[in-house]
Write a protein that binds this ligand. Structure first.
Ligand code: NAD
Length: 323
């Protein structure tokens, strides 16, 4: 188990993260073993085929459930859509925590769980407490940087957990990201991630509004983007994820490929919901997050295909709105 890593959830982010982690691990140690699991077996099978194109003799297998992933490896990384999936993978009868409880105490204490999902802070804290009670270490380590950052290995990890678990997790996270920030005890990484995405969700709508207004005032989108990106309005949504084709000199934003890939609007709705929910619990006002959440929900109600497209596609929804 010591040389084995299990990765659970090989979607847009997980597949890129696992690919970086496994390939860097192979470069470090030639006896590494990898185990993958996804709720959709074809997704795991496709990942193995792609990985073997680069590393023909890699010791990598797919398993049928989180229990097998736990029995196989001392390091388990999960990258799932949200709270219900994390509860299921960790707490169900064939989940990670019941499996840890059934193992010899030494094996359980030699296990580290890293959850990179963006989910509810309290669910993250509860799962971490259960993992700790089962003898294992656990950190919440949600990421910032999107699919591009996952692919390039330049993600930022926002980590919550004990000093000891953070120290254990850091070298593993360093294979998938550039910045690893210890935000505090369990749940702190999630709290930081939710606050960051609150900014992002609002910012992307504001950039879409400004890019649309500017064009209707006769501005060339490339000129307008150049102005904003060299002025006080500059932000990631305008300089990297600009929603107007041709606005940026490079052709990498999702708008250049019909808003495919990137960060799904459905996931942004989930993240705005996480922010507005915790704001009620904590009594902290978030009027702009509430307005943004409504806009994304309405966009998907009007155009259901936007749910899986990048959230910058909110631009298309605004474009179709009458004032
Ligand atoms: P995704 O939907 O592409 O991938 C999720 C994967 O998890 C899928 O392959 C799915 O089959 C699998 N899965 C679902 N339930 C499962 C279960 N019970 N057991 C095993 N596998 C299961 O999502 P994504 O874009 O990779 O995002 C993952 C997480 O990362 C989300 O919490 C998201 O908010 C966060 N995130 C995404 C981005 C982005 O740009 N896509 C950026 C930062 C953070």
């Amino acid at each position: 188990r010591a040389n084995s890593i299990s990765f659970v959830g090989l979607g847009r982010m997980g597949s890129e993260m696992a690919s970086n982690l496994f390939s860097k691990r192979i470069a470090d140690e030639n006896n590494s073993r990898f185990v993958v699991f996804d709720a959709v077996p074809e997704v795991a099978a496709r990942f193995i085929i792609e990985f073997r194109k680069q590393f023909h003799s890699a010791n990598i297998t797919a398993v049928d459930n989180p229990e097998e992933a736990t029995l196989a490896s001392g390091t388990i990384i999960t990258m799932l859509p949200s709270s219900p999936h994390v509860r299921q993978v960790y707490l169900d009868s064939s989940g990670i925590i019941p499996t840890l409880r059934s193992m010899p105490p030494l094996d359980a204490s030699n296990t580290l769980c890293i959850d990179s999902t963006t989910l509810d802070v309290q669910v993250g804290r509860d799962v971490a407490a259960e993992a700790q009670a089962a003898g294992a270490g656990m950190v919440d380590a949600p990421v910032s940087g999107g699919v591009t950052g996952a692919k390039a290995g330049t993600l930022s990890f926002l980590v919550g957990g004990s000093e000891q678990s953070f120290t254990r997790a850091s070298p593993i996270l360093a294979h998938m990201g550039q910045r690893i920030i210890h935000c505090g005890p369990a749940g702190s990484g999630l709290a930081a991630k939710i606050c960051n995405n609150l900014v992002l969700g609002v910012e992307q709508i504001v950039v879409a509004e400004a890019m649309l207004l500017g064009q209707r005032l006769g501005l060339d989108p490339a000129v307008l983007a150049g102005v904003i990106n060299n002025s006080t309005g500059a932000c990631w949504s305008s300089s990297v994820n600009n929603p107007v084709p041709g606005a940026l000199p490079d052709k990498s934003p999702p708008c250049e490929r019909g808003f495919e890939g990137g960060f799904a609007t459905g996931l942004m709705i989930k993240d705005m919901g996480l922010a507005t929910d915790v704001s009620k619990e904590s009594g902290s006002p978030v009027p702009l997050a509430e307005a943004a959440e409504k806009i994304y929900i309405e966009a998907v109600r009007r155009y259901p295909e936007l749910s899986r497209k990048d959230f910058s596609a909110v631009y298309e929804y605004l474009e179709g709105m009458k004032r």
